[in-house]
Design a protein around this ligand. Structure first.
Ligand code: PMP
Length: 398
């Protein structure tokens, strides 16, 4: 049976982690990760999460099954966090949310369902995008193409190219968008640019699949949901995958949600029944613990306020690292201007480093980054930043 099976290629980012772990040099730094670390270089346990965990253990609840769609209190709170409590889509019942296994699980449920509904549609992802987007939609059976997004010259958004790509797609294509904190580039459209993107999507009758994996890491919980809310207010039917992995530092609990915004409460009821079939035949129902923790934080006024404050701390630490990276590189005498790093949003930065510079950083200095030049700014801290700056400066000068 297995004789002719070929070895699958290593996941580029997880492969980098393996290499990093095997590196015996002291002073090595892994900027290739997709995880928020605190200033001590640890994955934080948020205080709000810890409190909710303690509460749950003390409640000594049994471990029964959740419904197929997950915990109702989580789904409602996740939808309100995304769309706003008073949003018409929320109060009218034309939007629904199901719990998912992280943001990846939400994308997968959505992709599998869309394949049933639109078997011949093209899926368009940004160039570049989170590396799992292409694989995930291809696995679901779609033909995946790219729309222009990043402009390496300006280190910013290629809006004209993006709009032209969206116009060139067949009508009713599926367009995957990063709602905030674009991974890997850190480049987000401005509100005015989002409006142009949404108008084009509406004109072409495209279906938007908004991926929001970093709500709260850009400018704030409400601010980072602005693009999603714009699309919904414009009456666009869309799917939205939420990840709580980063925002709650709950990576291994696999907590996320899929929200589907339809045209009417009746439509929502029918679509939900179909999405539940996708879940039932995939993993039956989601796990309880992480969902219960997130639900408690979102539904408790006190814990929500604590979460919001802890998110603000993470956000400002990332901004501080961006500021220091740019000013220290300048102080180290590098000729290039790195000011673009200051306007990028979220954990990641397309640093502009070339693949060969990334290789030299790793080989000569033990600094690991993705070959595209993506670095995780949230992996920088007060202890490692000087070493990283010196290494980048030395690679840039030679
Ligand atoms: N979408 C994007 C853009 C991401 O960056 C990530 C996580 N790296 C995900 C989805 C998946 O999130 P999760 O780990 O919750 O599955």
């Amino acid at each position: 049976l297995f004789e002719a099976v070929e070895l699958a290629p290593r996941d580029p980012i997880l492969g980098l982690n393996e290499q990093y772990n095997a590196d015996e040099r002291t002073g090595k730094v892994n900027l290739g990760v997709g995880v928020y670390y605190d200033d001590q270089g640890r994955v934080p346990l948020l205080k709000c999460v810890h409190q909710a965990e303690v509460d749950r253990v003390q409640a000594a609840g049994a471990h029964s099954y959740l419904p197929i769609e997950g915990l109702a209190s989580l789904n409602k709170a996740a939808r309100e966090l995304l769309l706003g409590k008073d949003s018409e889509a929320n109060t009218s019942g034309r939007a629904f949310t199901v719990q998912a296994l992280g943001g990846t699980g939400a994308l997968k449920i959505g992709a599998d369902y869309l394949k049933q509904l639109l078997p011949n549609a093209k899926v368009a992802i940004s160039a570049p995008s989170w590396e799992n987007h292409r694989a995930l939609f291809e696995r679901a059976g779609f033909d995946v193409v790219e729309y222009a997004y990043y402009d390496p010259q300006s280190h910013g958004l290629n809006l004209d190219g993006m709009l032209a790509s969206l116009k060139a797609l067949p009508d009713s294509s599926i367009v995957v968008l990063h709602a905030c904190c674009h991974n890997p580039t850190g480049v987000d459209p401005t509100p005015a640019q989002w409006q142009q993107i949404a108008d084009t999507i509406k004109e072409k009758n495209h279906i938007s699949f908004l991926d929001i994996a970093y709500q709260g890491f850009g400018d704030g919980l409400v601010e980072d949901a602005a693009a999603v809310r714009m699309f919904v207010q414009m009456g666009l039917t869309c799917l939205i995958s939420t990840s709580f992995s980063k925002s709650f530092s709950l990576y291994g609990e696999r907590i996320g949600a899929l929200t589907v915004v339809t045209s009417s409460a009746d439509e929502a009821k029918r679509v939900l029944s179909q999405v539940k079939r996708v879940i039932r035949t995939n993993y039956s129902n989601p796990p309880t613990f992480g969902g219960a923790v997130v639900a408690e934080v979102l539904n408790s006024e006190k814990l929500f306020a604590l979460w919001d404050a802890e998110l603000a701390q993470m956000r400002s630490r990332i901004k501080e690292m961006r500021d220091q990276l740019v000013s220290k590189l300048q102080a180290a005498g590098v000729a290039q201007n790195f000011d673009f790093v200051l306007t990028q949003k979220g954990m990641f930065s397309y640093s502009g480093l070339t693949a060969s510079q990334v290789d030299r950083l790793r080989e000569e200095h033990g600094i690991y980054a993705v070959s595209s030049g993506r670095i995780c700014v949230a992996a920088l801290n007060s202890q490692n930043i000087d070493g990283v700056v010196d290494a980048i400066a030395s690679v840039l000068k030679k």
